[in-house]
Write a protein that binds this ligand. Structure first.
Ligand code: DMJ
Length: 486
């Protein structure tokens, strides 16, 4: 086996060799980041430079914690938990995103705390560093809390900590709808209900949307929201970026606490409407199923890498609710997203794709006729969603085909994105080599791509998604496992 450059030469048999290969990639990525960029946010692997796109609080380190824990990488775990007590959450020169800060930093620390207070307690060299994970979660949430001081309680997303300013009167569905899991967990761990009251006040506007026209299909709502009134500003959306994780958290927060039946029921409405109204098959490839987007009741034949979490989310819902129809539909979506990977030059799927037969670019008509889609944004930013859905598909079916698909994607990503001191986003998945290495290693490379690539090959553990719909842990949208309440 070698990880010096390019394709690792592992034994391709399933199981331990593959899992170890992913661990080796994680360690190599960590060493590059730790040598050249820690404690900044991201590594720029081509130039051995650094970046602070997430406020300079060490996003890659905090995002890597739960993966290092699950992989049992004790040395890395302790490097990260030694760092976290030194983060000053009140001080940053750049705008703070409530959404990104919640899912990466708050989610990362709470997950680390849950794992280190629970099944992985022996990985922490100093117990006081574990206590600091919760203390720092409280510090962070206290600094973020003024986001909710709006006339409606619907939060601003872009925050300026130095002036207590904000970025305007419009927020997004994914922003407001991807807070309940992390902030509820914080409330449950601390006993301080203020954290949960803030996010539930905002969530209620999303569960009972106004105006009526902003819910063009039962359970499927618009994307932009007025912060002053809590009302939706449009009726456009889908399972795409800007909206996606609102739907994801309906079922995941129900998994966290089964008393939230109204979240379950809104997820069922959204899932049923998706099956009924958004299901789409490309003309040249009727065997493939994609989920369309909508503008009101007008359907658009376009989707994204980001949306490819939807198959996994449908499968999770189907398992938890014991409804095979959602599992079957989710598996169809997983198959569609798999086709976006296997038919490109790099065997990695593009950022955005479409299948509107009357709008195919002339230079992609042959590609469209074979593949069933054309590419409208060709980059790959080390995103996890396709492998994430393979993971849920494998947990639901135990079919080793999904382990093979994840391994093939891992090898393709390794071959195309491995450069310099780490792994880089690339400009074009449909040319040999991926076009240019755009010199950026996202923190979710550590949190998500490597975690799901590992988990699907790894053995049973209490944090694995249940094969029978019963889960002890639930993964937030950044793949940080949160201990369920029951
Ligand atoms: C991650 O931050 C999360 O998965 C989020 O839900 C969507 N975007 C990235 C990964 O693509």
């Amino acid at each position: 086996m070698t990880l010096a450059f390019g394709l690792p030469t592992y034994d391709a048999s399933p199981g331990v060799h593959r899992a170890q290969a992913v661990v080796d990639t994680f360690k190599l990525s960590w060493e590059g980041y730790y040598s050249h960029a820690f404690p900044n946010d991201e590594l720029k692997p081509v130039t051995n430079g650094l970046s602070n796109s997430r406020n300079g609080w060490g996003a890659s380190a905090v995002d890597a914690l739960s993966t290092a824990l699950i992989m049992g990488e004790r040395g890395i775990v302790n490097q990260i938990i030694d760092h976290i007590p030194h983060i000053n959450w009140s001080n940053t020169p750049t705008q703070v995103s409530l959404f990104e800060t919640t899912i990466r930093y708050l989610g990362g620390m709470l997950s680390g705390y849950d794992l280190l207070r629970g099944p992985l307690a022996d990985l922490a060299d100093k117990p006081e560093k574990v206590d600091a994970l919760l203390a720092q979660s409280i510090n962070l949430a206290n600094n973020l809390s003024y986001a909710f001081e709006t006339p409606s309680g619907m939060p601003w997303n872009g925050l300026d900590f130095s002036t207590r300013g904000h970025d305007g009167d419009t927020t997004g569905l994914a922003v407001a709808g991807t807070l309940i899991l992390e902030w509820q967990r914080l409330a449950d761990l601390t006993g301080n209900k203020t954290y949960s009251e803030l996010v539930w006040k905002a969530e209620k506007y999303l569960l009972s949307p106004t105006p009526h026209s902003s819910e063009p299909f039962p359970g499927l709502v618009g994307t932009n929201i007025n912060v002053t009134t809590g009302a939706f500003l449009d009726a456009s959306g889908g399972w795409i970026g800007g909206a996606d994780s609102f739907y994801e958290y309906l079922i995941k927060t129900y998994v966290y606490n089964r008393s939230y039946t109204y979240l379950r029921d809104r997820w069922i409405a959204a899932a049923d409407s998706t099956i009924r109204y958004l299901t789409s098959h490309p003309d040249p490839r009727p065997d493939l199923t994609f989920v369309a987007t909508y503008d009101g009741t007008t359907i658009q034949a376009t989707s994204e890498h980001l949306a490819c979490f939807d198959g996994g989310n449908l499968i999770l819902g189907g398992q938890v609710l014991h409804q095979q129809k959602y599992i079957d539909y989710g598996l169809e979506l997983v198959n569609g997203c798999h086709a976006t990977y296997t038919q490109t030059a790099t065997r990695i799927g593009p950022e955005i794709f479409a299948w509107n037969a009357s709008n195919v670019p002339a230079n992609q008509s042959a590609f469209f006729n074979t593949t069933g889609f054309y590419i409208t944004s060709p980059g790959y930013q080390l995103r996890p969603e396709v492998i994430e859905s393979y993971y849920y598909a494998y947990r639901a079916t135990s079919d080793p085909k999904y382990q093979d698909w994840a391994w093939e994607a891992f090898l393709a990503i390794n071959e195309t994105t491995r450069v310099g001191s780490g792994y880089s986003s690339v400009s074009n998945v449909n040319v040999e080599g991926g076009g240019n290495h755009t010199d950026f290693q996202e923190s979710f490379w550590f949190a998500e791509v490597l975690k799901y690539s590992y988990l699907i090959q790894a053995g049973e553990a209490e944090w694995q998604v249940g094969k029978d719909g019963v889960n002890e842990w639930v993964y937030n949208t950044e793949a940080h496992p949160v201990k369920v309440q029951g």
